[in-house]
Ligand binder design. Structure first.
Ligand code: EPU
Length: 470
């Protein structure tokens, strides 16, 4: 048996097969996905909103929280630091009581080492609440080196001292945290969040230049504003934060997950299906919708209508479908907002294997986010990856020997294969490929998908996919 997966897992290894036996999904491909599913709060906002609750002096309430692994990790870390996290009355509602924030031991915190990237965002809130912080080794997807130099540089500018040790990062702020002027070398999402979560209670004014302005960041700003923060978003990626002495809890319903919504849209296109994604919001997905239409997919936006007397109202969403006939090749470049999200890239590429002609994808956010194309090629796709910046403007990775551009020649008939999932988004694209392919695939390591896609197996069943646990 040949298992296709990350390089270190390549080969026909019985041991690997045994190790992964419990974590495999058998996918009988070739059936269009059809039906309706719902997305809840965005993974990349919800986890940060949970960290923000640490800053309040009264309880916070967050709705529409998906049951995903990243949420469990943050919930565990909050609990270790004395924040009482309980389920609210509504399904998906969490309540955070930060009235007894306390230190946790490095051993306790290290239980979460390597599980997520969110722990790095605990720095500012813990420094404000406790005067010190310990951050374990970070996890997250292996899509490049993912350094945290911008985060640490910013924290030092605020007055924190950072001690890197083999067990993790120890931070303290002996003289408190003070507002600063800081320009990010690149509009990093995480570093922008780090600055926001630290500046809101630092003494004085902070001016952040070259900030990321993703919808999830704007939603985090809304949360912090609800808590009592003063934050101005200026033009040209400048954010100004006036530090305040105290913040209180918030009540918030987060923006829906636009990465998950696009993933199901790509799955509908690749399988020649028709999927309505309730909760998907047009305003946050404009760039995706433009590309989806250029490829030849169709969509229809339904606006939400609040309930009124005698009218139950209507939940908004977007229906995505393959209209029949051939798809078109496109050239696209991933970028920071408002560009085409890097996380939309992998699922969409599976659909691009079905488009006639040469599509070009230039990945400019992460240097190593095209490795998954190897597995698609084993299934019959024709994808070449290049070190050059193809089809667009030169990016940071152009002269640095990273294969970060892909040319997809299509259409290709995909056939079944045995696959090992390498990371979250690539994993979902493997799943889409297996659903689109003729025959029966075995997808190993599917549990990784639970990090970011709530109830994905139930949603697959709701969409008529023929999948089973062996
Ligand atoms: N970067 C640095 N130094 C830093 C921080 C970032 O060089 O200190 C570089 C990164 O290596 C990368 C680029 O800047 O090349 C962008 O990274 P960014 O900081 O924006 O990403 P992130 O905050 O680590 C979040 C999401 C990612 C998403 C990116 C881009 C979370 C938990 N993760 O990551 O989501 O791809 O923003 O939008 O919010 C996912 O959900 O699967 C995922 C990977």
């Amino acid at each position: 048996m040949q298992i296709v997966g990350p390089n270190h897992l390549h080969g026909s290894t019985n041991a690997l097969e045994v190790a992964l036996t419990d974590d495999v999904l058998v996918v009988h491909g070739g059936t269009p996905l059809e039906g309706r599913i719902r997305v809840r709060g965005a993974k990349n906002l919800v986890s940060k909103a949970m960290v923000a609750a640490l800053l309040g002096d009264s309880p916070s309430r967050l709705f529409d929280v998906p049951r995903i692994r990243d949420v469990e990790v943050v919930r565990g870390l909050l609990g270790l630091h004395g924040v009482k996290v309980t389920d609210g009355d509504e399904d998906g509602e969490l309540v955070f009581d930060p009235s007894n924030v306390e230190s946790a031991s490095t051993d306790q915190i290290n239980v979460h080492a390597g599980s997520s990237r969110i722990p790095i965002l605990f720095c500012g809130p813990l420094l404000h609440r406790l005067g010190h912080a310990f951050i374990p080794d970070l996890g997250g997807c292996h899509i490049g080196p993912r350094p945290i130099d911008f985060h640490l540089q910013a924290l030092r500018e605020f007055g924190a001292t950072v001690d890197k040790t083999p067990e993790g990062l120890h931070l303290s702020a002996p003289n408190g945290l003070h507002g600063t002027k800081f320009a990010l070398p690149y509009p990093s999402v995480g570093a922008t969040e780090q600055v926001l979560l630290t500046a809101v209670m630092a003494e004085g004014v902070t001016e952040l230049r070259n900030a990321a302005v993703e919808p999830e960041i704007i939603d985090l700003i809304c949360i912090l504003q609800k808590m009592g923060a003063i934050i101005k978003v200026h033009t040209d990626r400048v954010i100004e934060i006036q530090g305040v002495k105290k913040l209180h809890g918030y009540t918030h319903r987060p923006i829906p997950d636009r990465i998950e919504a696009a993933s199901w849209a790509a799955a509908a296109l690749a399988t020649r299906g028709d999927v309505e994604v309730l909760g998907a919001q047009q305003a946050d997905m404009m760039t995706f919708l433009n590309v989806f239409r250029s490829v030849g997919g169709e969509y229809e936006v339904t606006d939400a209508r609040p309930p009124k007397l005698g009218d139950p109202g209507q939940e908004g969403g977007i229906r995505f479908w393959h209209p029949g006939g051939e798809l078109n090749a496109v050239a696209l470049e991933t970028d920071v907002h408002p560009g085409f999200m890097t996380d939309w890239q992998q699922p969409l590429v599976v659909a691009l294997t079905q488009a006639r002609g040469l599509s070009i994808v230039h990945e400019t956010v992460y240097e190593q986010r095209l490795g998954y194309t190897e597995a698609l090629n084993t299934m019959g796709a024709n994808i070449q990856v290049y070190r050059d910046c193809l089809g667009g403007t030169p990016c940071r990775f152009g002269r640095r020997n990273f294969k970060h551009s892909a040319v997809i020649a299509g259409p290709s008939k995909l056939h079944a294969a045995d696959l090992v999932i390498p990371d979250l988004r690539a994993g979902f694209s493997h799943l889409i490929a297996a659903l689109a392919a003729e025959g029966t695939s075995r997808v190993y390591g599917v549990d990784l998908i639970n990090r970011g896609y709530e109830d994905f197996e139930k949603k697959l069943a709701d969409l008529g996919a023929h999948v089973e646990r062996p």
